[in-house]
Design a protein around this ligand. Structure first.
Ligand code: GLN
Length: 514
């Protein structure tokens, strides 16, 4: 099989071929670096999904897997099913031996002294780590344009954003530079980029995947999750990284070993699918809404019961989110002070500790980080805390209750993932408020801690991908995967090929990627 053919397989197919010996992990990993060399480029041209590449270590891990397989015996039998399949990791997840910047100047060149729990798991399962992917600084944003290291471009159209904050992971997977990637989702940063790039992204139930070693944005909402090209690949990766971790006090003791199996049951008859009264037509672009109606027809034909449900407080979720998030951000980002982490800026002629901290933070943080620190500090200040933060938390409770009631009547809720297709680069850069609206659909799942996935739901304006968002009650991740995979199969049958095979060819870059 040629390298160009290998990279277009799904992760589970790659795993199958590695076991069968059609190709080796070294060949597969090389094929991905070759692809990265062809299309990833730099901040100035190409997709620019990666901030750091990890070629030597990835190839060494691949060679180790190949050697174990060649030797055979118990060690080969014990290999994880995904061993040897390469993966990319969002650069706000800490990795020993590779810089971790969270796309911020304040952490430029920082080498973490430890691995995140998910990274330890991935190393133990022997998945070669290709490198670290771009994001909006500290995962705040919806286009990846707030990265301090340059934008990532959407592989479907290099003039458009790949979504954010995890645009790097989604673009890497969408452009066949990686079959698997990890993202983090605080308000939609896995699902919105998945929608914009025609990939699959899951925000697991809060507590399903350890947050230890994820650079915190808003700890009560953050969750690490998979980015892939198919639902089954996402379920397989989710199963690998999920599980209780004593290092994360919010980690659940639940078992997550039926996620992949759930994707094999593709019967939709009798599945109760809810459409939110509050997320009807207006707010979504006309073409996205039309596409969504077509999908609902497909579901009805397949025997699903589609009904409308009411969550009256959902329209306020976005407002609550943009008070809770800045509040948690202002507290979490306090640790970046030039004393304990990363870079230090000393004012000319020296200064007090407070002056060094101020100079470091002024130079190290970008505009969006500063905006949220200021908003959060204000929302938490004595005299305002109850009016702003307190009210937002009460709204959060109402959203949680609304969703709980909705799930008494339906198994899952579905809608388009985003109001529009991928925006043009630059369009929302000076308009944070319009950017915040990109996440109107995805935010409630974070506030409520429930699982949600975005899968490709066809194309709309300018032939850009549209996401389909499916969410279920807490800990119903297996159900969400089951329904998602059934819908994915319906759409694939209608089109005659998997969605990722509809992606246009990504233009090759001139200079090789270093
Ligand atoms: N776009 C949202 C924000 O800026 C979501 C970010 C995220 O999920 N990390 O807050």
């Amino acid at each position: 099989m040629s390298p160009a053919e290998m990279i277009r397989l799904t992760a589970l197919e790659m795993a199958e071929h590695l076991r069968a010996g059609t190709f080796t992990s070294v060949e597969l990993t090389r094929a991905h670096f070759e692809r990265i060399n062809q299309v990833d480029g730099t901040a100035d041209e190409g997709v620019h999904a990666f901030l750091h590449l990890n070629q030597d270590e990835a190839l060494a891990v691949a060679a180790e897997v190949d050697a174990i397989r060649t030797a055979g015996g118990p060690e080969a039998d014990e290999l994880h099913p995904l061993a040897g399949v390469p993966i990319a990791i969002k650069d706000n997840i800490v990795t020993i031996g590779q810089p971790t910047t969270a796309a911020s100047k304040i952490l430029e060149g920082w080498m973490p002294p430890y691995d995140a729990t998910v990274v330890r798991t991935i190393r133990a399962a022997k998945l070669p780590i290709l490198g670290k992917t771009n994001l909006d600084e500290f995962a705040m944003g919806s286009t990846t344009e707030y990265s301090a290291y340059g934008v990532t471009r959407n592989p479907w159209d290099l003039n458009r954003a790949p979504g954010g904050s995890g645009g790097g992971s989604a673009a890497a997977v969408g452009a066949f530079m990686a079959p698997l990637a990890l993202g983090s989702d605080t308000g939609g940063s896995i699902r919105e980029p998945a929608a914009f790039t025609g990939t699959v992204g899951t925000k697991p139930t809060y507590g399903s995947v350890s947050r230890y070693g994820l650079i915190a944005m808003a700890s009560s909402l953050d969750q690490i999750g998979p980015v892939t090209r198919t639902t089954a690949d996402a379920a397989a990766l989710h199963e690998l990284i999920a599980g209780h971790d004593p290092k994360d006090s919010t980690s659940l003791h639940t078992q997550w070993n039926t996620l992949l199996e759930a994707t094999t049951d593709q019967d939709l008859s009798g599945v109760r699918i809810g459409v939110l009264e509050e997320f009807q037509g207006p707010g979504f672009s006309a073409e996205i809404w039309e596409k969504f109606q077509e999908t609902l027809d497909l579901l009805r034909d397949a025997g699903a019961e589609v009904t409308t449900v009411d969550c009256p407080h959902i329209p306020y979720a976005l407002h609550a989110y943009y008070l809770i998030v800045p509040s948690e951000v202002s507290s979490n980002l306090a640790r970046f002070d030039g004393i304990r982490y990363g870079n230090r800026v000393v004012p000319d002629g020296g200064g007090t500790v407070a002056e060094v901290m101020a100079a470091t933070r002024a130079a190290g943080f970008g505009d969006e980080a500063k905006r949220r620190i200021m908003l959060g500090t204000f929302a938490l200040s004595a005299g305002y805390v109850d009016a702003y933060y307190g009210t937002a938390q009460r709204v959060r409770t109402l959203v949680i209750q609304d969703l709980k009631h909705a799930f008494e009547h339906v198994d899952v809720l579905i809608s388009p993932t985003t109001p529009t297709v991928a925006v043009k680069l630059g369009d929302q850069l000076e308009e944070p408020l319009s950017m915040y609206l990109n996440d109107v659909v995805t935010i409630p799942a974070n506030l409520a801690g429930i699982p949600a996935i975005s899968i490709p739901g066809g194309t709309a304006e300018h032939d850009m991908p549209v996401g389909l968002h499916i969410q279920g009650p807490a800990k119903s991740d297996a159900t969400v995967y089951r329904v998602a995979s059934a819908i994915e199969a319906l759409i694939e049958a209608e089109q005659g090929k998997p969605f990722y095979d509809r992606a246009p060819e990504v233009p090759q870059v001139q200079g090789a990627r270093s």
